[in-house]
Design a protein around this ligand. Structure first.
Ligand SMILES: [Zn+2]
Length: 467
């Protein structure tokens, strides 16, 4: 593809929305297990940050060129990504004032202003025919999505641009895709198929953690009930991940979102769905986050911010293939019932799950490749953590958490009685559990999680957490 996303077969990348509605695609837009990855993958450093040198396994990409400058372009499995400082400038090429487009901008208004995105991007929107959608609350609700769909249809959008955190990304994913369905609620409830959209979608995240810009997942609530959508057509076509937009993030947000990226990467490595491709992304992401998250949180500089952006993006690509596992499954009730920010909620059981999964046997292994294969991948995790044993690996995770100011144990996260723990276990996401490499039962989980270690001693400079 060229800078404008012109496809190699010459087909114009700027599609005209097709109304009325089209048939759903029979096949996924792309398979998460594409065997031809090596043939398709292309990574071009248009410029590069010095810290990025070690991110890419050159053997996994068809080309690797140029190593000076500040941002880079990556085209993998049909998604274009611009990564690194000042990558926002690529939006100017996509939104060319000489050929104005009907733009549908999904903006988290606060993040748009405070991240500095407005300063960099607003003039581009003003040169296009831009419809803005900003009227939505955190955690996407179907009513908000429906309003957005209404506006989107009126706008006859030719391109969608989402700027903000996870909610803005999810809103844009849902609006763009569900607008092609006559009954969006039926799609969300799984009663009707997802209809693919060919309207281009650019994601510009203002937090580094969810990796939503790289995934085909979206979450939406109907009357308080959470629904998760997972379909290739939800994934953005272009991701612009610019660390400059994360400069003003409060430390607690950097810590929580960064921990999400770290946990997603670690879980992806041991996940039943892990592939060689996902392991490359996840290993790099975990190593980057483990090394750079404390600095990005407590003493941020451009290197640590850029590293966390990449960790987040790569972790997103990894879980787009593998999905998450037990630590994520256990986290959702902690967030919905106890208000623990997602990244912190995931992190408090990660070390315990590491110990649990490391003891996998052929009898309780859910990965058809064997317990030995799982153990091999857990050894890779220990290597990333600089640990010589599972115990040291758990200690390394505990030490990371202690540097970040969030809860370091389930009890600090609010689970302080055996009954609260039983309730938490009863509320876990069973589907995520089935992706955990070692089979879990409520009894085994209760035993494991009751043995949570005492909270780790915090360093004096640790930050306070606001949730
Ligand atoms: Zn997560």
């Amino acid at each position: 593809m060229d800078a404008l996303g012109q496809k190699r077969d010459g087909r114009a990348w700027r599609p005209v929305p097709r109304y009325p509605l089209r048939k759903p695609r029979e096949q996924p837009v792309c398979s998460p297990h594409i065997n031809t990855f090596f043939a398709q993958a292309e990574l071009i450093y248009t410029h590069t940050l010095c810290i990025l040198g070690h991110i890419v396994d050159s053997q996994s990409h068809a080309s690797l060129t140029a190593t000076t400058g500040q941002s880079r372009k990556s085209v993998v499995n049909d998604q274009i990504a611009y990564l690194g400082d000042h990558s926002c400038k690529h939006l100017a090429t996509i939104l060319n004032p000489e050929t104005p487009l009907r733009v549908f901008a999904v903006l988290d208004q606060q993040a748009y202003v405070h991240s500095g995105a407005k300063e960099l991007i607003e003039h581009l929107f003003q040169q296009q025919i831009t419809t803005r959608f900003t009227d939505f609350e955190p955690n996407p609700k179907l009513e908000d999505v429906t309003q957005g769909i209404e506006l989107y249809r009126q706008a006859q959008a030719e391109i969608v641009v989402a700027i903000g955190g996870g909610t803005a990304m999810d809103m844009a994913k849902l609006i763009r895709t569900l607008s092609h369905s006559p009954d969006p609620e039926a799609v969300v409830r799984g009663e009707s198929p997802i209809w693919a959209s060919d309207v281009r979608f650019v994601a510009v995240p203002t937090t580094a953690g969810t990796g939503s810009e790289a995934t085909q997942f979206a979450v939406v609530y109907i009357d308080g009930q959470k629904f998760s959508l997972d379909h290739p057509s939800l994934r953005p076509d272009i991701a612009i991940v610019d660390p400059q937009l994360m400069r003003t993030l409060p430390a607690a947000v950097t810590a929580a979102t960064g921990l999400d990226a770290f946990c997603q990467a670690i879980e992806s490595i041991w996940a039943v769905g892990a592939t060689e491709e996902s392991l490359r992304y996840a290993s790099e992401a975990a190593a980057l986050a483990f090394e750079h998250l404390p600095r990005a949180t407590n003493n941020p500089d451009s290197e640590s911010r850029a590293a966390m952006c990449h960790a987040s993006y790569l972790a997103g690509k990894a879980i787009n293939i593998t999905r998450t596992t037990a630590a994520h499954a256990l986290s959702y009730p902690l967030t919905s019932k106890y208000g623990v920010p997602h990244g912190f909620a995931v992190s408090v059981t990660l070390a315990l799950m590491l110990a649990y999964n490391a003891a996998v046997t052929d009898e309780d292994c859910l990965d058809t490749r064997s317990a030995r294969d799982v153990k091999h991948r857990i050894a890779r995790i220990l290597e990333i953590l600089g640990a010589n044993s599972v115990q040291e690996g758990c200690a390394a995770i505990a030490s990371l958490l202690a540097k970040l100011g969030g809860p370091t144990s389930l009890s600090e996260a609010g689970i302080q009685t055996p009954q609260a723990l039983r309730d938490l276990i009863a509320a876990v996401n069973v589907q995520r559990m089935s992706n955990n490499p070692r089979r879990t039962t409520p009894t085994a989980l209760f035993e494991l999680l009751s043995q949570a270690p005492e909270p780790t001693q915090r360093p004096k400079q640790a930050i306070a957490v606001s949730s």
